[in-house]
Write a protein of this length. Structure first.
Length: 365
């Protein structure tokens, strides 16, 4: 689907705990100046009024009618039915709020609500990382094409989304790819997000440096790169350990889903600092009870953003093997591998593109 040829007008919303940002998209691009309103997440009636007034304000800016509303909203939620559950950062939503059906009654158009991690993954799968990988595979003569994508966002939280065979996979309970809740690799009584998030990086730097000062992940990255005063060794250790936690967690997830991986969120800006230790975990070993070692996963993960690693995997040549009992040969590629890389679209745009693409899918099928 070529987004630039689509004329459908879709209203969108970036729902944060503090502010709601309303906009509209057509042909894959914003067509209005976004409107920002306070979320009023502590008071349900005020919050719902904010959502309605925000969408109406954007609609009134348009010269054409709207075709749908599509946006990301925090979970837990029954996304297919548009019902929002008990939210941590928007406490007014308790016990279930039928947000989607309410908006459909008011605006008389389809309303599609999804998790931001899901929409990030879908945007990158349809129009970002995945087509970029497959294009380069095709141009290099490789026969493999990746059809599945795990998207993870590293920021205030540890979000995820999974696209399977071109379709967003949300699971039977609309709770698929909730990677934040995977066990912490070194603290099985703690969830992974405690270490794989902004607060995780900050905690690591405080521990390694012995400081009580709370630095941002960007500050810690700048210190690690020698661009800002601070404990450089501690900063490097922090991102190395962060990568270890991320890689171990991704290994557990990828063992099940076998998919390419794209990384977004604010911490993805420090990708080069944490990806080496993440890959070490992903491509590491495990032991059996008799002491022998085996690969942690059945395939290797390679850094698509590293020119040398990308080149090595793009020039890989399958072998020809004989068909027993015949004089025929067939092609066989024993080298199983998947790429991992940074967001191509940018996290926010990927979520918007995902929301727009989801709405188009609904309207055209």
């Amino acid at each position: 689907m070529t987004l630039k040829k689509q004329n459908k007008v879709i209203l969108t919303l970036d729902a944060g705990g503090t502010n709601f940002v309303f906009s509209a998209m057509q042909a894959g691009s914003e067509v209005v100046t976004p409107i920002t309103l306070p979320s009023n997440g502590h008071h349900l009636e005020n919050c719902l009024e904010t959502i309605v007034s925000g969408f109406k304000a954007v609609r009134d800016k348009l010269s054409s009618s709207i075709d749908a509303i599509s946006f990301a909203f925090p979970g837990p939620a029954d996304y297919p039915n548009g019902i929002i559950g008990d939210l941590a950062n928007l406490p007014a939503f308790r016990g279930g709020v039928a947000l989607g059906p309410m908006l459909e009654e008011i605006f008389q158009v389809p309303v599609l609500i999804n998790n931001d991690g899901d929409l990030f993954a879908y945007g990158e799968a349809m129009h970002g990382f995945l087509p970029n990988v497959n294009q380069q595979m095709a141009e290099s003569g490789q026969s493999i094409r990746y059809k599945n994508l795990l998207g993870v966002t590293l920021g205030t939280g540890f979000g995820g989304g999974l696209v399977h065979q071109g379709k967003l996979f949300i699971g039977d309970n609309a709770a698929g790819a909730e990677v934040w809740a995977v066990q912490h690799p070194e603290r099985p009584d703690v969830f992974a997000e405690e270490g794989i998030s902004i607060r995780g990086v900050q905690r690591l730097y405080r521990e390694f440096s012995g400081t009580d000062i709370v630095y941002t992940p960007k500050d810690i990255s700048d210190i690690a790169n020698g661009e800002m005063p601070g404990n450089r060794e501690a900063a490097l250790q922090s991102y190395d350990y962060f990568g270890k936690l991320l890689g171990s967690t991704l290994a557990n997830v990828l063992t099940i889903v076998d998919a390419a991986v794209v990384i977004g969120g604010g911490i993805s800006a420090s990708y080069d600092l944490f990806i080496p230790s993440a890959l070490k975990q992903l491509n590491g070993k495990m032991r059996s009870l008799d002491g022998s070692q085996t690969d942690r996963m059945e395939f290797k993960v390679f850094n698509f953003d590293d020119p040398e690693e990308r080149s090595k995997n793009l020039i890989h040549t399958p072998i020809m093997i004989k068909v027993p009992g015949t004089d025929k040969e067939i092609q066989y590629d024993p080298f199983k591998r998947v790429p991992i890389g940074k967001t191509v679209l940018g996290t926010s745009r990927a979520v918007s593109i995902g929301a727009y693409a989801i709405a188009l899918d609904y309207l055209t099928h």
